[in-house]
Design a protein around this ligand. Structure first.
Ligand code: PRP
Ligand code: URA
Length: 210
């Protein structure tokens, strides 16, 4: 791991992640907390957004006050589970555009299979934040980054709730330019390439499909 991996250590986030990991957490609570953590991670992932200033008048006097420069931004969820994070990102960056990337892991080979893609027309000019709760083998995220680079995107970040060391390694070797933001780095993967201890199948838990 190097300086491109940002593990967001914050008591609120750790507390919320524990609720997600608990197998007894309801679908409703799981979905709400994924969204809340999405907001907290976005706060870190947007730390380098450029600022400018504008003149305003407070009740006391005039001042040159900081304001966002308004750089174009897109959030790209990897369907399905990534959808759970979009709302949290949009609460922090309401003007962001959303590009959807449909992908699932083939259960035998663990290779990502793409089934949908719809991007904003000007996505190449936008800073891109790819979101997915889980970075396991790294196959899905790596393919998603490749696709966004294919569109001409130059500034790409990846935001996940839980990462396995293997997934981080794969992204760092295939896309060393990409910053990874995560809530935790877990021990590893089991024989089915699920993150251990992890939180199970994120898509199934968000959408209640199991
Ligand atoms: C999950 C998860 C990631 C992927 C991570 O999606 O949301 O996209 O697996 O695994 P990887 O790092 O080994 O590629 P899944 O295939 O379960 O699809 P879903 O979101 O539709 O449930
Ligand atoms: N996908 C999930 O949803 N969970 C894992 O632990 C690994 C991949």
């Amino acid at each position: 791991m190097n300086e491109k991996v940002h593990v967001v250590n914050h008591p609120l986030l750790s507390h919320k992640l524990t609720i997600l990991r608990d197998k007894n957490t309801s679908t409703k609570d799981f979905r709400e907390i994924v969204s809340e953590i999405g907001m907290l991670l976005t706060y870190e992932a947007t730390r380098d957004l450029p600022l400018t200033t504008k003149e305003i008048e407070t009740p006391i006097c005039k001042m040159e006050a900081p304001t966002l420069k308004g750089k174009k931004f897109a959030v790209v969820p990897i369907l399905r589970a990534g959808l759970g994070l979009v709302d949290g990102v949009l609460r922090m960056v309401p003007a962001a555009r959303v590009g959807h990337l449909g992908m699932y892991r083939n259960e035998e080979t663990m290779e990502p299979v793409q089934y949908f893609c719809k991007m904003p027309r000007d996505v190449a000019e936008r800073d891109v934040l790819i979101v997915d709760p889980m970075l396991a083998t790294g196959g899905s995220a790596s393919a998603a980054i490749e696709i966004m680079k294919g569109y001409g995107c130059q500034n790409i970040k990846l935001m996940v709730l839980v990462a396995a060391p293997k997934g981080i390694e794969v992204i760092q070797s295939s896309h060393p330019d990409v910053d990874i933001y995560c809530g935790a780095v877990d021990e590893g993967l089991n024989e089915n390439s699920y993150i251990v201890p992890g939180l199970g199948d994120a898509g199934d838990r968000i959408f209640g499909t199991k």
